[in-house]
Design a protein around this ligand. Structure first.
Ligand code: NAG
Ligand code: NAG
Ligand code: NAG
Ligand code: NAG
Length: 251
C-alpha cells in the first residue's frame, strides 16, 4: 500500500504553503483502511486535485488516516555528529527503517534490519546530505533498497554488509532536485547480496536538475548469489514516467 500512496504524499509535501484543508474522507477514505479506492477517486476528480493544491495542513491530513507515509521511519538520525550506533535491530518498518540526514562521522555496526520481501519502500538505511558515514558488519533483509546513498553525500563506506532479500545497494537516485550537491566517495566493500532483485546500482534522472558530480565510487569484493540484475548504472532512471526524457549526462 505504501508504494501506491507515495505520489499522493509527494504532492502534499509540495503544497505546504497553500490555504485550506483537503478532506480525503470525502472520497471514501476511512482511518485504518486501505485508501487505494479513495485515492483513485481523488485522482479522477479535477476539483479534488485543485483542492489538494490548496491544502495546507499536511499533518492534520495525515492524522485523519493511519497508514504508512514517508514520514514514518523507524529510526531517524538528523544532524548527528561523531557517533556510533551498534547492536540494534529494526523490525518491520512501515517505511524506511533508518534515515540519516545531515550527519557527520557516524558509524553503524552490527545492525540487523528485517522486513518482508514484499513490503514496499522499506529501505534499510537511507543516507542523504551526510559525510563520513560507515555501515559495518550488518545484515539487512527488506522489501526495498538495502542501503541507499542519496544526494549530497561524501565519504560513505559500506563494509561487510549482507543484503537480501531486497533491491540491493543503490547510489541515487540523483539529479531530481536543483538543490542537490555532488556525491563523492562511496565505497562498498566485502558485501554479500543474496536473493536480491539488484546487486549494486547507480541511478540518475535524465535531464538532471543541475550539474552535479557523482564521483570516486568503489565497489570491491562483492559476492552475489541469486541476484537478478547484478550491476546497474542507469542514467535515465525514470520511475512511473515522471521525468522529461531529454538526456543530460552527469559527469
Ligand atoms: C568520529 O567519531 C568517533 C566516535 O564518536 C570519534 O571517536 C572520532 O574522534 C570522531 N572523528 C573525528 C574526526 O571527529
Ligand atoms: C562481518 O559481520 C558479521 C556480522 O554480520 C560478523 O559476524 C563478522 O565477524 C564480520 N566479519 C568481519 C571480517 O569483520
Ligand atoms: C532467489 O531469490 C528469490 C527472491 O528474490 C527467491 O524467491 C528465490 O526462491 C531464490 N531462488 C533460489 C534458488 O534461491
Ligand atoms: C535465498 O532464498 C532461498 C530460497 O527461497 C532460501 O532457501 C535461502 O535461505 C535464501 N537465502 C538467504 C540468505 O536469505
Amino acid at each position: 500500500m505504501g508504494l501506491a500512496l507515495l505520489p499522493f504524499f509527494l504532492l502534499l509535501a509540495s503544497t505546504i504553503e497553500a490555504q485550506s484543508l483537503f478532506d480525503v474522507t470525502r472520497y471514501g477514505a476511512k482511518p485504518n483502511t486501505d485508501i487505494t479506492q479513495a485515492k483513485a477517486k481523488f485522482q479522477a476528480s479535477p476539483d479534488a486535485y485543485k483542492a489538494a493544491i490548496r491544502a495546507q495542513d499536511k499533518q492534520k491530513l495525515m492524522d485523519m488516516l493511519t497508514y504508512p507515509t514517508v514520514e514514518e521511519t523507524n529510526l531517524k538520525f538528523s544532524f548527528i555528529t561523531n557517533s556510533i550506533v551498534k547492536d540494534i535491530t529494526s523490525l518491520d518498518s512501515k517505511n524506511f527503517h533508518i534515515n540519516l540526514l545531515g550527519c557527520k562521522n557516524v558509524t553503524f555496526q552490527h545492525v540487523t534490519i528485517s522486513a518482508p520481501e514484499n513490503s514496499p519502500n522499506t529501505d534499510g538505511i537511507h543516507i542523504s546530505s551526510s559525510e563520513q558515514i560507515n555501515i559495518l558488519d550488518s545484515k539487512i533483509s527488506t522489501g526495498d533498497d538495502c542501503v541507499s546513498v542519496g544526494d549530497s553525500n561524501k565519504q560513505v563506506t559500506i563494509t561487510n554488509v549482507t543484503c537480501g532479500p531486497g533491491h540491493g545497494i543503490s547510489v541515487g537516485s540523483l539529479g531530481k532536485y536543483t538543490k542537490e550537491k555532488d556525491v563523492v566517495g562511496v565505497t562498498v566493500k566485502a558485501c554479500k547480496l543474496i536473493n536480491t532483485t539488484n546487486g549494486v546500482r547507480i541511478k540518475t534522472w535524465p535531464d538532471s536538475a543541475g550539474a552535479f558530480i557523482a564521483s570516486d565510487m568503489h565497489f570491491e569484493d562483492i559476492e552475489m548469489q541469486n541476484v537478478s540484475n547484478p550491476v546497474i548504472i542507469d542514467q535515465e532512471y525514470c520511475p512511473w514516467n515522471q521525468c522529461n526524457r531529454k538526456l543530460n549526462f552527469m559527469n
